[in-house]
Design a protein around this ligand. Structure first.
Ligand SMILES: Cc1cc2nc3c(=O)[nH]c(=O)nc-3n(C[C@H](O)[C@H](O)[C@H](O)COP(=O)(O)OP(=O)(O)OC[C@H]3O[C@@H](n4cnc5c(N)ncnc54)[C@H](O)[C@@H]3O)c2cc1C
Length: 474
């Protein structure tokens, strides 16, 4: 049954996050009859939670600040940071059109960004140029900006939206044009028919089983949008498409989780960036060994080192004097807050000697004792891992260990598309009438096995704009 008898939509957009809203806005302005369907009660998707860091080269804001930058340089940075593991074709499509997206957000939609922006980087490996922007309200700054025209189009009738409605299937005509997709089926059994269906359903991080199947590691953290359940991946594969970049998973350098029952919420995020706070502590793995110089300047090197450790887990180990004298390690936490958690929270351990500490935390005791002895003995000489900043030995009881979990809040693997954002089959042919964009394409496509700042939210909106305006072939 068609809920809108007689209506054949030009574009049906599944998902109203950054990518879906942008698609709908530009398609409707281009004269298309647009239906947007979202499982959530309101639009926004991951923007409700995201840090909202954006990146683009050649923007008006950059020019107004005298910053000369090019998409070629942006691409070269992504190739450098990802060691050429990203999809150059999709990255180029994203970065060569990203400036217009930022100009739209900042100028047309008056999205505020922090006064010192653009900057070169934060959290992730730095770019070679200042091309990194975000708003004071993080992802919600983007949401507020994009939601305004989206809502106007709904109010004016140019876009029809169904919220709280889950798309569970695609209507596909096996006889027509190689299995053309002609509509969608919603959970209530209704069908909606259209010429083009755009999947913009985001990632799969809220489905732990799918996360593990896609990435080969457990979904340790519960920190993603709850409707990011991989619907588009399933719909696209059922229609003949396939997923790719499963081997490009990378974890962050980690957060402290609330508990061991995965996926668990994030309790706090100790600072590990030497540019923000030099590490006074040491980091060890489950085996009780250090595995990277704690003051290694490249976050990418630190993340890849953690990726090789058992259970993607590290422990921050320190002593009473470090806790007293070092600057705070956890934003917003005092030394007393750490003491209050130690021995009471499952991730915070304390003991009067290293062996007892190791037993409590699940670290190999012999190795931990040997590691600390070696660290203390070498402090004035050459560190085996090349660490330079070593202000104090670990010598004064009590000793502490905080367990930190490497994790990912975004989805690495994604649905395969061609440069026209058409969902493609393993033989490279397109599934007619079916498009995909946003995080559904996977971070691996845009960042390879690295994290490149702003390279999910910006491409999501950029591809929505391109599809909506018909720059890419419908
Ligand atoms: C904590 C956090 C921080 C982040 N920080 C950054 C950052 O700083 N920079 C950056 O570039 N990226 C960041 N990201 C990622 C970025 O926010 C997302 O990749 C991007 O917003 C995804 O947009 P999207 O439109 O592809 O998907 P989403 O925003 O996930 O939207 C998908 C929409 O589809 C809907 N949906 C899902 N399944 C169905 C279904 N079956 N039927 C109907 N609707 C469905 C969902 O309800 C949702 O509204 C972050 C993500 C998180 C979680």
């Amino acid at each position: 049954m068609n809920t809108t008898p007689g209506t054949r939509w030009d574009v049906i957009v599944v998902g109203a996050g950054a990518g879906g809203m942008s698609t709908a806005i530009f398609a409707a302005r281009n004269g298309a009859r647009v239906l947007v369907i979202d499982a959530a009660p309101e639009e926004g998707g991951a923007l409700h939670l995201a840090t909202g860091q954006l990146s683009a080269a050649g923007t008006r804001l950059q020019r107004s600040k005298g910053i000369e930058d090019t998409p070629e340089s942006h691409l070269a940075d992504i190739v450098r940071i990802s060691k050429d593991t990203a999809d150059r074709e999709l990255v180029w499509l994203a970065v060569s059109n990203a400036a217009a997206t930022i100009d739209w957000l900042l100028d047309d939609l008056a999205m505020p960004v922090l006064p010192e922006h653009p900057v070169r980087g934060q959290n992730h490996e730095h770019y070679s140029q200042d091309r990194y922007y975000w708003g004071p309200d993080l992802g919600r700054s983007i949401l507020a900006a994009v939601r305004a025209p989206f809502r106007e189009l709904i109010d004016s009738g140019a876009v029809t939206a169904r919220f709280g409605t889950e798309v569970v299937g695609l209507v596909q005509d096996p006889e027509a044009q190689g299995g053309r997709v002609t509509g969608v089926v919603t959970a209530d059994g209704e069908e909606h028919h259209g010429t083009n269906v755009v999947l913009a359903t985001g990632g799969y991080n809220a489905d732990p089983a799918l996360f593990e199947k896609m990435n080969g590691v457990p979904a340790y953290a519960d920190a993603s949008y709850r409707f990011a359940r991989g619907a588009g991946h399933r719909l696209g594969v059922d229609a003949g498409g396939y997923t790719r970049n499963h081997d490009l998973y990378l974890c962050s350098f980690g957060s402290v989780l609330e508990h061991d029952d995965f996926p668990a919420p994030v309790l706090c995020r100790p600072v590990h960036w030497p540019e923000m706070r030099m590490p006074w502590e040491i980091y060890v793995n489950v085996e009780g060994r250090r595995f990277v110089a704690e003051d290694e300047p490249s976050v990418d090197v630190r993340e890849h080192a953690l990726l090789r450790q058992t259970d993607l887990r590290r422990y921050i180990v320190f002593d009473g004097r470090m806790l007293r004298e070092a600057p705070p390690m956890i934003p917003g936490w005092s030394a007393d807050d750490v003491r209050a958690h130690a021995g009471r929270h499952p991730m915070f351990h304390v003991a009067d000697d290293l062996r007892t500490l190791a037993a409590s935390a699940g670290i190999d005791p012999d190795n931990l004792v040997a590691t600390v002895e070696e660290y203390n003995a070498n402090r004035d000489g050459e560190d085996p891992l090349g660490r330079r900043f070593r202000p104090l030995p670990l010598a004064e009881a009590p000793f502490y260990a905080i367990r930190v979990q490497g994790m990912s809040i975004t989805s690495t693997a994604g649905l395969a598309v061609d440069a026209g954002l058409r969902v493609v089959r393993p033989d490279g042919t397109a599934v007619p009438g079916l498009y995909a964009l946003g995080e559904l394409l996977g971070s691996g496509a845009f960042m390879g096995n690295s994290f490149c700042g702003g390279m999910l939210a910006t491409p999501a909106m950029t591809f929505g704009r391109l599809l909506g305006t018909g720059i890419l072939s419908w």
